[in-house]
Ligand binder design. Sequence first.
Ligand SMILES: *[C@@H]1O[C@H](CO)[C@@H](O)[C@H](O)[C@H]1NC(C)=O
Ligand SMILES: *[C@@H]1O[C@H](CO)[C@@H](O)[C@H](O)[C@H]1NC(C)=O
Ligand SMILES: *[C@@H]1O[C@H](CO)[C@@H](O)[C@H](O)[C@H]1NC(C)=O
Ligand SMILES: *[C@@H]1O[C@H](CO)[C@@H](O)[C@H](O)[C@H]1NC(C)=O
Ligand SMILES: *[C@@H]1O[C@H](CO)[C@@H](O)[C@H](O)[C@H]1NC(C)=O
Ligand SMILES: *[C@@H]1O[C@H](CO)[C@@H](O)[C@H](O)[C@H]1NC(C)=O
Ligand SMILES: *[C@@H]1O[C@H](CO)[C@@H](O)[C@H](O)[C@H]1NC(C)=O
Ligand SMILES: *[C@@H]1O[C@H](CO)[C@@H](O)[C@H](O)[C@H]1NC(C)=O
Ligand SMILES: *[C@@H]1O[C@H](CO)[C@@H](O)[C@H](O)[C@H]1NC(C)=O
Ligand SMILES: *[C@@H]1O[C@H](CO)[C@@H](O)[C@H](O)[C@H]1NC(C)=O
Ligand SMILES: *[C@@H]1O[C@H](CO)[C@@H](O)[C@H](O)[C@H]1NC(C)=O
Ligand SMILES: *[C@@H]1O[C@H](CO)[C@@H](O)[C@H](O)[C@H]1NC(C)=O
Length: 412
Amino acid sequence: MLAPNPISLLCALLLCLPLAVIFTTTPATPPPPPPFSFQLPLSINKTHHIQKHSLNNTYTSHIYKNALKTTNNTTHVHKHSINKTNVYVQHHNNNITVWDEDDESVSRLASRVNPDPPLGRPKKIAFMFLTNAPLPLAPLWELYFNKVPNNLYNIYIHADPSSRYNSPFRGVFANRVIPSKPTRRFSPTLSAAARRLLSHALLNDTSNYMFALLSPSCIPLHSFNFTYKTIIKSRHSFIEILKNERGASGRWAARGNTTMLPEVPLSHFRIGSQFFILTRHHARIISNDTIIWSKFKLPCMMNYTYTCYPEEHYFPTLMSMVDPHGCVPSTLTHVDWRGSHSGHPRTYYLSHVGPELIQTFRNATPRYGDDGMNGSDSSVSRQNHPFLFARKFAPESLTRLLDIANDVILKD
Ligand SMILES: *[C@@H]1O[C@H](CO)[C@@H](O)[C@H](O)[C@H]1NC(C)=O
Ligand SMILES: *[C@@H]1O[C@H](CO)[C@@H](O)[C@H](O)[C@H]1NC(C)=O
Ligand SMILES: *[C@@H]1O[C@H](CO)[C@@H](O)[C@H](O)[C@H]1NC(C)=O
Ligand SMILES: *[C@@H]1O[C@H](CO)[C@@H](O)[C@H](O)[C@H]1NC(C)=O
Ligand SMILES: *[C@@H]1O[C@H](CO)[C@@H](O)[C@H](O)[C@H]1NC(C)=O
Ligand SMILES: *[C@@H]1O[C@H](CO)[C@@H](O)[C@H](O)[C@H]1NC(C)=O
Ligand SMILES: *[C@@H]1O[C@H](CO)[C@@H](O)[C@H](O)[C@H]1NC(C)=O
Ligand SMILES: *[C@@H]1O[C@H](CO)[C@@H](O)[C@H](O)[C@H]1NC(C)=O
Ligand SMILES: *[C@@H]1O[C@H](CO)[C@@H](O)[C@H](O)[C@H]1NC(C)=O
Ligand SMILES: *[C@@H]1O[C@H](CO)[C@@H](O)[C@H](O)[C@H]1NC(C)=O
Ligand SMILES: *[C@@H]1O[C@H](CO)[C@@H](O)[C@H](O)[C@H]1NC(C)=O
Ligand SMILES: *[C@@H]1O[C@H](CO)[C@@H](O)[C@H](O)[C@H]1NC(C)=O
């Protein structure tokens, strides 16, 4: 049984693609979008237009040179484009910071860290939890990390500070919350949070080598050892990168139908699950990116709320522009979009959980991005990578998950 969800408009409008998983107490019903209104947040100065050649200098960056060589027509720049670090979105009458000067400074520092982890020390996996509530499945993760030497991993948590926490983060999660800002669906705040996690993880430990983004409803599908061995040797990131998805043009135009130009023409726009595993190299590229982010951090037009999923667009688009060959175009976090409900994928409750379910996930084959063999090395995309995580699991499923943890979930 799926829980009833008030956001019913979504199902009709959305692709079956992952959304931010947020355990809100009750997801607020978004206000009905006023038709044909183009509402910029008040804090954005509409008169501050990007000048025709203002992006000239940044075109020289070698990283972007190839990506941008087909997009040198600056006359498309939307007149509401802005050149400001501080971006706010108006959400349910709260003025929420998307990205500010502090974020910018932290990113800048992170982009300058050593690209290589130190020799002679084990590489670490950074497990990055993006949440706006306590982690309901924490006891399962405690078993996962039980007895794992702490020189093999770090945990980071981005926790929406506007949520009330009854219980603090404990055990392996104690003192792992990074400086966080409020997050909301249908806004760039979730991608901003993921960027913040990447930057902090880069700066916190030079041994962090792979960066996995997780939601509070994710579970592990294998032991830590299995996951570590699977990804630590990879020189590729695992990130779903889909081209020609139905509805892509609406998602691309959500900030205004020419706003993304010239940096992100529709032909370069990609869609994919926000739950990625990125290499240190790619984490650094994301921290260093100001050009593509300058577009994705912009708020969506009010009448495009239901195509506003920057967290499913920014990362796949940037990776596909900058280093498609460095990516396995697939997410290793299993999700079931059949019978999705109100824009949420299938949720597993207590009665669904059992050894068979875990086995089904383990036997499933990831979907590889449809950029064809040009999007990635053919050797890479023909491999069957194992799913390492799965979502989304309701808090009530915890007791059953714990029952089968040692004999099934964490056994390889
Ligand atoms: C949204 O509003 C903009 C600006 O008024 C308009 O150009 C666009 O067609 C509208 N889109 C939809 C889907 O209503
Ligand atoms: C939102 O907050 C920022 C920073 O506090 C402020 O500069 C801006 O004017 C505020 N905007 C609105 C609409 O309240
Ligand atoms: C908006 O930007 C223009 C041009 O940079 C500037 O002259 C004006 O003072 C700004 N207005 C506000 C309210 O920031
Ligand atoms: C780039 O900027 C330089 C100086 O700022 C200017 O001379 C040149 O014409 C610009 N090039 C383009 C293509 O706008
Ligand atoms: C944005 O503004 C900053 C500071 O005002 C300026 O240095 C920079 O050149 C501007 N960038 C663009 C793309 O206009
Ligand atoms: C960061 O970006 C700047 C220009 O945007 C570029 O010159 C520099 O090489 C980039 N550094 C890395 C590490 O990607
Ligand atoms: C970009 O624009 C310049 C000036 O208009 C032109 O000389 C150049 O060939 C263009 N490059 C591409 C790739 O279209
Ligand atoms: C640049 O954009 C203008 C305005 O849309 C268009 O008329 C022109 O054909 C474009 N030039 C190129 C080379 O794409
Ligand atoms: C990394 O984070 C941990 C936990 O917050 C902290 O104790 C440690 O000092 C940090 N290390 C660096 C280099 O920032
Ligand atoms: C994980 O791997 C390490 C070293 O490869 C080994 O010592 C340890 O026993 C393994 N743990 C489990 C639970 O298999
Ligand atoms: C933007 O949308 C308007 C209204 O739907 C349409 O007239 C215009 O052609 C669109 N522009 C582009 C570049 O798609
Ligand atoms: C793959 O790339 C090659 C060379 O870059 C190109 O000739 C070919 O058309 C591309 N194939 C597809 C399916 O895009």
